[in-house]
Design a protein around this ligand. Structure first.
Ligand code: HEC
Ligand code: HEC
Length: 340
């Protein structure tokens, strides 16, 4: 196929067939639902309208292409999305919280990512992304306004915004977009992720075809997971020396955060030119800058990150309160002060 036709075809197909094909989904009888049934199929059978990020381009090949774009930064023969970043530098790809209902408990998340061999990151996991109903929420909208509003209710736009804005890369073409979306659909919640009780399962199967019960059942399912990833921006403490009020840092927790977060990006050959390890050189540098008004102060860097500079455009995203608590910043401080 000629590239332009192919492009047209994919766009037209995702718009037209996407709607058509989803209307056929409710045909699946509730009796066949099990723990591996995708949640969106069940919702759809219960009358939920198709989200606008439905894609009819979905196929195992497209999922694989999307996986390569996300993990390797490009698909076979293609151009890198970004020369600085991979999506995986800032996002986990599996469930990262002990309860998928709770996306604002970074203390619980730290234990969970440690147990599941993941990293402690600034951005939310791709797992369940297609099940969320809005993106770049709360302070992202309040503080950045129109720059992120276009992505708030549209996952394609959120992906495009992050590829260009967060990863400091280029826009995805139409085929790449449907591939990344397909990959995201492959990471949608399945029924087992919702941990329904036996009673809830029975109710669901029994009442699924009764139209006056469907809304209630949809709401029951949606109450089992967070519909958005909340975001609250935060500031360094007023008096850095005193730190965040009434909190005492735990150096051993701090060490875990340092390993699973800071050192992952700041390793040798990592995404930053600044190498951070457990040497007294790294820790001493952080310690000397702790109370300063400097980008090298832990408080400033955790809460503000950096902005892309001239030439070298990789920058560090800040940690919202949902992604790192004040307590965790104090834990890091305690580790830095003890370790240097
Ligand atoms: C430099 C770090 C960074 C990189 C690289 C990055 N992201 Fe993000 N991304 C973020 C941050 C920070 C957010 C803010 C919202 C959140 O997830 O809490 C975000 C949000 C998103 C969201 C909206 C999630 C939500 O629930 O609000 C999507 C979708 C997304 N990114 C896709 C991608 C894709 C696709 C790539 C790779 C092409 C990518 N990101 C690369 C940092 C990054
Ligand atoms: C997602 C990747 C990522 C994570 C996680 C991360 N950083 Fe960064 N950090 C960067 C990038 C990129 C820069 C930009 C500096 C550069 O150009 O190399 C940076 C900059 C910095 C700077 C300032 C350097 C300068 O030149 O201004 C400090 C200090 C720093 N990070 C410390 C930390 C600490 C401490 C943590 C853990 C709490 C951390 N970083 C977590 C990617 C990351």
């Amino acid at each position: 196929m000629f590239p332009s036709f192919r492009k047209w075809f994919i766009v037209a197909a995702s718009l037209i067939l996407g709607l058509v094909s989803l209307q056929f989904i409710p045909a699946e009888p509730s009796a066949s639902w099990n723990k591996d049934t995708p949640v969106y199929l069940v919702l759809s059978a219960l009358g939920e309208p198709a989200p606008n990020h439905t894609t009819s381009a979905y196929s195992p090949e497209m999922v694989e292409m999307g996986r390569q774009l996300v993990y390797d930064g490009k698909a076979k023969g293609g151009k890198y999305i970004s020369k600085y970043y991979l999506c995986t530098n800032c996002h986990n790809m599996a469930i990262e919280d002990p309860s998928i209902k709770v996306m604002d408990d970074p203390e619980a998340r730290l234990d969970y990512v440690q147990q599941t061999n993941q990293k402690f990151k600034q951005a939310t996991t791709f797992y369940g992304m297609v099940n969320r109903e809005s993106y770049y929420n709360d302070d992202y909208i309040i503080k950045y306004g129109d720059a992120v509003k276009w992505a708030n209710n549209n996952l394609r736009n959120a992906i495009q915004l992050c590829a260009t804005g967060c990863a400091q890369g280029r826009r995805l073409n139409d085929e790449e977009m449907e591939a990344v979306l397909s990959f995201c659909w492959s990471l949608g919640y399945n029924m087992k992720d919702l941990n329904l009780t036996q009673q809830e399962w029975d109710q669901l199967k029994l009442d699924a075809s009764e139209s006056d019960r469907q809304e209630e059942l949809r709401n029951m399912l949606k109450s089992k997971y967070a519909l958005k990833s909340p975001a609250t921006f935060s500031e360094p403490p007023h008096d850095k020396k005193a730190g965040y009020e009434n909190l005492t840092g735990d150096a051993s927790r701090g060490e875990v955060i340092y390993e699973l977060s800071c050192m992952d990006c700041h390793k040798d050959q990592g995404v930053s030119r600044l190498v951070l390890d457990k040497s007294s050189f790294s820790l001493g540098m952080l310690k000397r800058n702790l109370f300063k008004n400097s980008r090298f102060s832990l408080y400033e860097i955790a809460r503000h990150g950096t902005h892309p500079g001239k030439g070298h455009k990789a920058y560090m995203p800040h940690f919202t309160l949902e992604r790192m608590s004040h307590q965790q910043v104090e834990d890091l401080r305690a580790y830095i002060e003890a370790g240097s």
